[in-house]
Ligand binder design. Structure first.
Ligand SMILES: NC(=O)c1ccc[n+]([C@@H]2O[C@H](COP(=O)([O-])OP(=O)(O)OC[C@H]3O[C@@H](n4cnc5c(N)ncnc54)[C@H](OP(=O)(O)O)[C@@H]3O)[C@@H](O)[C@H]2O)c1
Length: 291
């Protein structure tokens, strides 16, 4: 959490942007806010934020400009209004979700506008921002992360992902893959068991009991991937493919869609067809890597 009072501008007061502004205010900073559609700043202004009527006006008050908009098209639309030197000498931290290449393009554009650039990705929902459960991935020059890490640290634990402005986005997307895969698996499980009258709450309880065991499997999976050694005396592609077929067949017999387990089944089947049925399931990374 930050210790020194600073000035920070927040562009974008959606669910996340307004949470960020509230968080900076709570950390004791001077906060200026702007949103494309007027009227979303009422509660923030009441809490002490300064409301700006335009993005160029908003950025003039702070050395640090935090951007949190729907997508990168929105970011470029706002940058279009900031090409008159308003950003010169400032730091822009764009926390908008997107792809690594989009982050690199925003970095180039912001640099051309005379500002320095940090790309940030928030690993948290608004209710978790400012708690120990929130992480802020930051990519950009080390000195800039050091300069603004204190203020931005009000959002969550700052983790630096290196100089390349695309890396925070890559780390973010990687962790979102894990999150969506777990949630997708849970949704599928919930629908399977709903057919037997089991409430989703009970499935959540059983899933939470299972997840630590799955987490415990990860170091072994990591070693297999890092060393490309897929010999196994635990569980082969053949066994996993058979299991995935049981799962998708049972799913269809219940009249449900099998899209979620079918994606992994397809990879396991491809390994089987290539004569790799005796390898560990982690060997599917070779197929992912091929593209
Ligand atoms: N919510 C989450 O749980 C969460 C978690 C992590 C990361 N994020 C990321 O945070 C970013 C913002 O998410 P959010 O939940 O705050 O979304 P949101 O509530 O939908 O807010 C979107 C914001 O973008 C602005 N906007 C959209 N198009 C614009 C344009 N062309 N020009 C200027 N402003 C524009 C909206 O302004 P108007 O009010 O004028 O429409 C609004 O301020 C996204 O990239 C999201 O992926 C969100």
């Amino acid at each position: 959490m930050s210790s020194q009072r600073s000035s920070v501008t927040v562009l974008g007061l959606g669910l996340m942007g307004s949470t960020l502004a509230r968080t900076f205010l709570a950390a004791g900073h001077d906060v200026t806010v702007w949103n494309r559609t007027p009227g979303r700043d009422g509660a923030l202004a009441a809490a002490g934020a300064r409301s700006a009527t335009s993005a160029p006006e908003a950025v003039t008050t702070s050395p640090l400009v935090v951007v949190c908009l729907l997508d990168r098209a929105a970011v470029h639309a706002v940058l279009d209004t900031l090409d008159g030197g308003a950003l010169t000498g400032r730091t822009v931290a764009d926390l908008t979700t997107g792809t690594p290449d989009e982050s690199r393009a925003v970095a180039e554009r912001v640099t051309a506008l005379g500002a320095r650039y940090l790309d940030g990705k928030i690993l948290a929902t608004p209710s978790l921002v400012g708690t120990a459960a929130a992480t802020l991935l930051l990519s950009g020059p080390e000195d800039l992360v050091a300069e603004h890490g204190d203020v931005l640290g009000a959002i969550g634990t700052v983790t630096s992902t290196g100089d390349d402005p695309g890396l925070a986005a890559l780390h973010d997307l990687a962790m979102l893959t894990v999150m969506w895969s777990v949630l997708g698996g849970y949704y599928h499980a919930a629908e399977l068991l709903r057919s037997a009258g089991v409430p989703a709450a009970d499935v959540a309880t059983t899933t939470m009991q299972l997840l630590p065991a799955v987490a415990g499997m990860l170091p072994g999976e990591a070693t297999a991937i890092d060393t490309a050694s897929y010999a196994t005396d635990e569980s082969t592609i053949e066994v996993n493919a058979a299991g995935l077929h049981h799962l998708t067949r049972a799913t269809r017999e219940l009249g449900l869609r099998d899209d979620i387990p079918a994606a992994l089944r397809a990879l396991a089947d491809e390994q089987l067809a290539a004569g790799n049925g005796g390898l560990a399931l982690a060997s599917v990374v070779d197929l992912i890597r091929k593209g």
